[in-house]
Design a protein around this ligand. Sequence first.
Ligand code: GAL
Ligand code: ZN
Length: 650
Amino acid sequence: MIIGVDYYPEHWNEEMWVSDAELMAKTGVKLVRVGEFAWCRLEPSDGCFDFSWLDRAIGVFAERGIKVILGTPTNCPPRWLCEEHPEVLPWGSDGKPNPIGIRGHRCYNSPVFLEYARRIVSKLAEHYKDNEAVSAWQIDNELEANICYCEACSAKHREWLRRKYGTIETLNKAYGNVVWSGEYSSWEQIDPPYGGYNRAWLNPAYMLDFSRRAAEDVTEFCNMQAELIRGYIPNAQITTNTWFCESMPDFYHTFEKLDFVSYDNYPTVSIPHDTENIYTHAVHLDIMRGIKRKNFCIMEQLSGTPGCWAPMSKTPRPGMIKGYALQAFAHGADTVVFFRWRTAATGAEMHWHGIIDHSNVPGRRFEEFAELCREAESLADIRGAELRSEVAVLYSTESEYAFKLQPQTDGMYYMEQIKLLHSAFAVYGVNVDIIGQHEELTGYKVVCAPQMYITDESVARRLYDFAEKGGTVILTNRSGAKDGNNNCVGEQLPAIYARLAGCRVEEYDPIGWDTVKVKFADGEEFTAKQWCDILQTDTAEVVAYYDGNFYKGKPAVTLNRFGSGKAYYIGTVGEKRLYRKIALDILENMGIDHIEGLPDNVEVTRREGGGHSARFVFNNTDVPQSFVIDGERLDMQPFEMKIQTVCAPL
Ligand code: GAL
Ligand code: ZN
């Protein structure tokens, strides 16, 4: 396994590069990421390029056996460019270019920006094409699906809609624009969502298309850069580093034509003690692995006290630096790059701490990091080994957008649903995949399809087919509620899923922070919150009833036999235990290997391949844990990882 660090040669003097690289090499660092914000040093004035400093920096690392991931610097156009061509900047809803001074100040659709971006990326690729130290490329940095108000974006959006709908009448109909007299009579009337309104006031169909197009911009921008790089380096390994942000890109499209997924991983430093809080980062890591259904890279990993735009939070507790990196390995990362080697002394991020503090005196975190580097070397055999899962959770970018645009009830979030179902199975030590909803489902025994809100017929068909052939599906509330345009369907819910679920929603009650009891047939009781679908069964049997409110005695959870498989429908949002009960039933019925009795937030995963098999046991809590797996007693310190490797027969 490979450990790397993010490094900013442009922030330090050259003597420091040498002492840093020496310490890195001695510690076991194999990789540095450089360059992603350095445009003003790479092209100090229009058309004048200076890569000599970067050559020297890369040379310093290469001489010590350290490889480089080179970032393209398009996140931060230099001031001269923004001054000469303000149209490279994203424009705000006030009709003016956004002020500069932070970063990410570029519009992916600005023709002038694209011209300059292409030029710097091409120059870099041409210059470094034969440099063997450069082992991979990172495009830009944390690309978001920005909504920009510049003329280029508006024009592109109108063109996008024209291609999608053909005529303005079709578009008016698709959006239901007659509501509040919103019908367009020409394409030119279509603007970005001006005004500082809460997005939920705007037409949801129009807003969903906006999000889709903004996400496509990210994909196009990535593909454009990747193509340029491949023009010079046909077998270049190309990625971009992604994360969970307000304006999410579409992970699946963004990475489709890139070589591997990279994720910026900042797990929490303050472990919440509310037992209903699902704080594990395992979910995020499994989402990352699921994007390309292959192993991935952490491009930025928690190294020290986070802070800067927000007040600083706690410093990583002992064990976290090492434990969280090993947790990433446990979920399919083969490389973990830490953000950052040393804390910045200048600039807005001076309080977002690296492995080494401002003093440049290696301390407690560095020692733990050094230990991690040694352990990573000893795991070389399992590099490339895969997680194989029989349980999958489906993730829909479109539903994620649509729920963000129109929150449904207090406290209910799409990501929470993903987490609830993921953790319901993960708590039994089984590998869980989280995959895009358009993926093939062969090979799985269980597919959790939470809140299939925006309907896609091909996805529904695949789920029907999966159950028909013997798989178990879990559906939850809000499924089938919207058509592809984000309009409400004119049917009883779960509409397209009604036959699979074998039940219908008579009425729903968005109870927000209120709670209601739900009782299973065996008498076990659970607390439910946020949402109650009052169900009526057709072919399904009742698994649990509401035990309160005016719908006391009505079904809350059902189970339908479908073909040779089954479909659960969970009409409410339960406490964690409710999902675990259903998951355990399924694991037992489907004959899936699992472990009972693991403490909360102790994670067990397995990677296999290349003749090796490794079981990872991680105590993702801040207290010691003792428990038994396969008759063996394990006593684990907070954030400790135990990796049990066996050489499996080939
Ligand atoms: C990431 C970003 C890095 C750095 C880090 C810590 O989101 O990519 O450049 O800002 O957060 O704040
Ligand atoms: Zn724009």
